[in-house]
Design a protein. Structure first.
Length: 243
């Protein structure tokens, strides 16, 4: 069984008491644990759900700091408090992030730059990456494991579709930063657009995330559900999903 736990889901910056983008994906059959994006506040929440020293990989979708900056806290903890004796954690990252970190990660992180169309295996999980409609280079990812498939849009405008991650998605985790009234104001999707792309991809379930902190969650979810044609989950810190 694959599970998804939300560590943070605020769009572009963390709202009061919240955290930006970050998720914990686990295969309980193979005991594989992946930290998917590492925005501000997510390292604190990660520690609520797993021992950071047991991570099998970190996946970072793009170089905007609301998706990776808590890697810095992880490295500091590894140096000073985690009693680090294990092999480095593989980091599957879009271009540009390692150079921005500005910390010595030798012995802690094993950086591997990935791009559009690349694949990777982590334990029993298979990952496939797809470049989205977002600048800088931003990579959506499909994670297959335990007979289930999770698709994560990362950040994207409507010029990219979840269809690029292939058929058979059991759960689509798709950004829905705002409502249709804000479409075209930034390179992001509305709830309506998230619902439409998940429907086009034939996803069985949809969870929307990356909501701008001042946008009403109910409004985003309602228009996503209308476009998707079925119930839609709204990501919230600590909320979990089983595939």
């Amino acid at each position: 069984m694959l599970t998804l736990t939300v560590l943070g889901c605020d769009g572009s910056h963390a709202g009061a008491g919240g955290a930006a983008s970050g998720y914990l994906v686990r295969s309980w059959t193979s005991k594989t644990t992946v930290w998917l994006d590492a925005g501000p506040g997510t390292f604190a929440n990660l520690q609520r759900f797993c021992d950071p020293g047991t991570l099998d990989a970190i996946v970072l979708s793009h170089e905007h700091t609301d998706h990776w900056s808590d890697v810095s806290g992880f490295v500091t903890a590894a140096h000073h408090t985690l009693g680090w004796t294990r092999d480095p954690v593989p980091v599957l990252a879009a271009p540009g992030i390692e150079a921005r970190l500005g910390k010595d990660t030798e012995g802690i992180l094993d950086w591997r730059t990935v791009g559009d169309g690349d694949g990777a295996d982590v334990g029993a999980m298979t990952m496939t990456f797809s470049a989205t409609d977002h600048g800088p280079v931003t990579l959506a990812v499909r994670l297959d494991g335990d007979g289930s498939a999770l698709g994560y849009s990362a950040d994207s405008g409507p010029g990219w579709s979840l269809e690029a991650l292939g058929s058979g998605l059991d759960l689509a985790l798709c950004e829905a930063t705002y409502t249709k009234d804000h479409e075209g104001t930034a390179q992001h999707m509305s709830g309506r657009q998230a619902g439409s792309t998940a429907k086009a991809a034939g996803a069985r379930r949809l969870v929307v995330t990356h909501r701008w902190p001042t946008i009403a969650a109910g409004a985003v979810r309602a228009e996503a559900a209308d476009a998707f044609g079925g119930p839609v989950g709204q990501a919230a810190v600590g909320r979990g999903y089983s595939l």
